[in-house]
Design a protein around this ligand. Structure first.
Ligand code: TXA
Ligand code: MG
Length: 319
């Protein structure tokens, strides 16, 4: 049986016993286990049906934890943590031995993040170990931004979902790695690339468009609904695909009165990119669960957090 509740002590008790608990973060819900307990971590891979080559992010409760779990911390990493932690930023750093190889899929680096959600932080501060947590969805599907999203897909498989309400950021953390003197953004996410460049002007994008041994989770087809999703200019797409039960996922314009459109989700009527990001995954899920054949989506302005929204839309539209 899976319980949804807000009892931190119960969550801590289960995690200490090696069980899995879904936890809220400001980005998406995570499926958490004691990161230092390989048997507990193995359960994450089983429940998510996640391939063992896809490493997990380790959630910590302080900047000081960097020294505890990373064998070296470049000055740019420290500067980024000081500016943006707690927050939607994951730093990939050489791991210390205490981090099990299972967590990093055998890679020499570990992804570390201090989340900003108050419940997640309280929980982490109560525990004597960090939490390994991927997004709490079956592998390849859309990440959950509500406890009910987790419940619908993982009920019966985990004992507890810690209810922290809707995720305020709505897309996963930005992942940054350090190779030699280079600072590389591997995944666009909740912390805009421009903010990273403000602290590290030389930071570069090195997005993993396809299966990449450095960060295998960034497969091109990811975060994907089960229905076909096409990305482009909505009116052109409608002309090209007539006669199907079609849904529209738009940035700010309401297409529901346009002939041929059965349903429309507007991400942000006022054109606010943060609001669009916060609504993205829940809107995608609603359309995926509705009685429709096809989802047509349009890109949002490609700036700030909008770049992460467009990245997720592209991955959702990939075969
Ligand atoms: O916002 C987030 O990051 C959420 C919340 C729960 O914190 N977590 C999340 O985890 O999105 P997940 O498992 O869905 O994505 C983790 C991705 C991996 O697929 C991989 O691309 C990258 O993070 N990653 C993790 N550890 C890594 C490592 N040691 N080296 C390279 N990439 C790593
Ligand atoms: Mg994920």
């Amino acid at each position: 049986m899976t319980v949804i509740g807000s009892d931190l002590n119960e969550a801590a008790r289960l995690l200490t016993a090696g069980q899995l608990v879904a936890i809220p973060t400001e980005t998406v819900y995570g499926l958490a286990a004691n990161a230092l307990n390989p048997e507990a971590v193995l359960r994450i891979f089983e429940v998510k049906e996640r391939p063992s080559f896809d490493p997990l992010i380790v959630h910590v409760n302080s900047i000081a934890a960097l020294q505890e779990y990373a064998s070296s911390v470049p000055h740019q990493a420290m500067a980024l943590a000081q500016e943006f932690w707690p927050g939607p930023l994951t730093l990939v750093l050489p791991k210390k031995e205490i981090i099990p190889d299972l967590v990093t899929s055998g890679l020499p680096g570990v992804g570390l993040r201090m989340p900003a959600h108050p419940l997640a932080l309280s929980l982490l501060r109560q525990l004597p170990f960090p939490l390994a947590a991927p997004s709490a969805n079956p592998f390849g599907y859309i990440s959950p931004t509500l406890p009910q999203h987790v419940y619908r897909q993982l009920q019966g498989k985990i004992p507890y979902i810690l209810d922290g309400g809707p995720c305020t950021i709505g897309v996963e953390s930005t992942i940054v790695g350090f190779e030699g003197d280079e600072v590389l953004v591997y995944r666009l996410g909740g912390l805009p690339f421009e903010h990273i460049q403000r602290i590290v002007p030389g930071a570069q994008l090195r997005l993993n468009a396809s299966s990449n041994p450095a960060a295998p989770g960034m497969l091109l087809s990811h975060y994907a609904p089960r229905k076909p999703l096409l990305l482009g200019e909505i009116e052109k797409l409608l002309e090209m695909h007539p006669g199907r039960r079609t849904a529209v996922l738009s940035f700010r314009r309401d297409f529901s009165d346009i002939p041929g459109v059965s349903a429309c989700e507007v991400l942000s009527p006022s054109g606010d990119l943060h609001e669009a990001a916060a609504h993205l995954f829940a809107a995608m899920r609603r359309l995926d669960e509705a009685d429709l054949d096809l989802i047509l989506a349009e890109p949002v302005p490609d700036t700030g957090i909008g770049r992460a929204v467009n990245d997720r839309l592209r991955r959702a539209s990939a075969e």
